[in-house]
Design a protein around this ligand. Structure first.
Ligand code: DUT
Ligand code: MG
Length: 182
């Protein structure tokens, strides 16, 4: 069979029983991605508890917010999937949240959707491992177990503009890699 589009396990996860993404019903558009390891995602409201605690401690005086701490708490968690995706160059994989994540578990994809570019596959830095960015906007910490379905990927075609400028840069990584100069 010629390879057109699909999923593979990233090398470092070989022999770790990674489940490749699967569609669940006849006409499901999304391939469900599973978490590659157990994780706990703390609630973002943790921040407010710290704030309250500080107000009490400081006798309700005005205080300087601890931006560093806040940034740490509010930073999304990257959930590893152990999976990479290959596809034709004019396609991308749209990584979307599952409706049950918001409805039942207060888990949100803060980037709205994830765009997995075809040139992310086998990149030098991380081999193209797909990560789901998640924040827990509920009040309790959420346990993610290895194998839990955390997001879904939909293969899509994209179009180029009439005056599209050709580029020859090779993707080195993700998550802001093109912000850096070569
Ligand atoms: O939820 C996501 C979003 C992106 N990616 C990976 C695949 C994608 O090809 C790469 C870059 O994503 P994007 O272009 O959206 O982010 P960026 O901030 O523009 O990073 P870069 O400068 O690396 O393109 O990061 C993920 O694994 N999960
Ligand atoms: Mg980008």
């Amino acid at each position: 069979m010629t390879k057109l589009r699909g999923f593979e396990v990233v090398s470092k996860y070989q022999d770790q029983n990674i489940i490749l993404p699967r569609r669940q019903t006849i006409a499901s558009a999304g391939y469900d991605f599973a978490a590659a390891k157990d994780m706990v995602i703390p609630s973002i409201w943790r921040l407010n508890f710290v704030r309250i605690f500080r107000l009490i401690r400081n006798g309700h005086q005005l205080y300087e917010p601890d931006y560093e701490m806040a940034e740490q708490v509010l930073k999304p968690f990257l959930i590893p999937t152990g999976v990479k995706a290959y596809m034709p160059e004019d396609e991308f994989l749209l990584l979307a949240n599952r409706s049950s994540n918001t409805f039942k578990r207060s888990l949100s994809l803060p980037n709205g959707i994830g765009v997995i570019d075809s040139d992310y596959y086998n990149n030098e830095a991380n081999e193209g491992e797909i990560f789901a960015q998640l924040i827990n906007y509920g009040v309790r910490p959420i346990k993610i177990h290895k194998g839990d379905r955390i997001a879904q990927g939909i293969f899509m075609k994209y179009q180029k503009a009439d005056d599209d400028l050709p580029v020859s840069r090779i993707r080195a990584n993700g998550f802001g890699s093109t912000n850096k100069e070569d």
